[in-house]
Design a protein around this ligand. Structure first.
Ligand code: ADP
Ligand code: MG
Length: 240
């Protein structure tokens, strides 16, 4: 699904990603952890084509992301959705219109839009909020709206950039559970960027630790928690 080899990314003189090698399989929930500034968001932005890279290869479904032209990129992005810590919802529009927005951009017909909005509102559990404005919702409910909006185009990959960082522990748990259900129900591949080890432990199958632009540890979550490689332990210690 996602195959990254020797990936390098710089902003001017600043090298942000260095020789990144990773494989993310179809249907995986893959954790990407590391301190602030490690390069996690940049790597996600490379995966959905928002950033170009200077060296190496990044293939999604065997297609080199850097090689897509504008039109191909538009279709590519349809398959790679992203959610964030701050859920950029449109405050003047209803929850319904927020969820419908990507489909309106693609000029889908009204009936299809209506069906999909209701289907995904149901999946994320906000059916009773469709007529409300986002500012009347709690943080967890807003994130559910953002997740529904990310999913209406039925992407193959969901990139989550610190999407639970602004939420309290109970709400975080419920959002993680939702991501887990979506992964099972839709078979969607999810990459979870986080600095919270609990998030990795509770929801991810595989994990990589990024340190100053380099991948220092990768593996299965259960093995990593069991064996606790030195670098990983250090990271855990600093977080708790
Ligand atoms: P993380 O998400 O792990 O906190 P980022 O990927 O946001 O890290 O940033 C990694 C490094 O790249 C940081 O040093 C950051 O300042 C730098 N950086 C990120 N985006 C840009 C940009 N558009 N221009 C210049 N530097 C950037
Ligand atoms: Mg970031």
């Amino acid at each position: 699904m996602i195959e990254i080899t020797g990936l390098q990314k710089s902003f001017g003189d600043l090298q942000v990603l260095e020789n990144i090698n990773m494989t993310i399989k179809d249907g995986d929930i893959y954790g990407l952890v590391g301190k602030s500034g490690a390069g996690k968001s940049t790597l996600l932005r490379c995966i959905n084509g928002l950033e170009s890279y200077s060296k190496g290869s990044l293939k999604v479904n065997r297609v080199e992301v850097n090689s897509l032209n504008k039109q191909e990129m538009r279709y590519f992005r349809k398959n790679v959705a992203m959610i964030f810590q701050h859920f950029p919802l449109m405050s003047r529009k209803t929850v319904y219109e927020n969820i419908a927005f990507p489909m309106r951009c693609w000029k889908y017909d009204k009936q299809h839009i209506n069906t999909k909005v209701k289907e995904f509102a149901e999946i994320v559990g906000i059916t009773d909020k469709l007529g409300q404005k986002p500012n009347t919702l709690s943080g967890g409910q807003k994130q559910r709206v953002a997740i529904a909006r990310a999913l209406v185009m039925e992407p193959k990959i969901l990139l989550s950039d610190e999407s639970t960082s602004a939420l309290d522990p109970t709400t975080t748990q419920s959002i993680l559970q939702l991501l887990n259900e979506i992964n099972k129900k839709m078979g969607i591949t999810i990459i979870v960027v986080t600095h919270q080890m609990a998030v990795v432990r509770d929801v991810c199958h595989n994990v990589s630790l990024l340190e100053k632009g380099k991948l220092v540890v990768s593996g299965k979550v259960e093995e990593i928690f069991l064996n606790q490689p030195e670098k990983f332990r250090r990271f855990l210690g600093e977080e708790d």
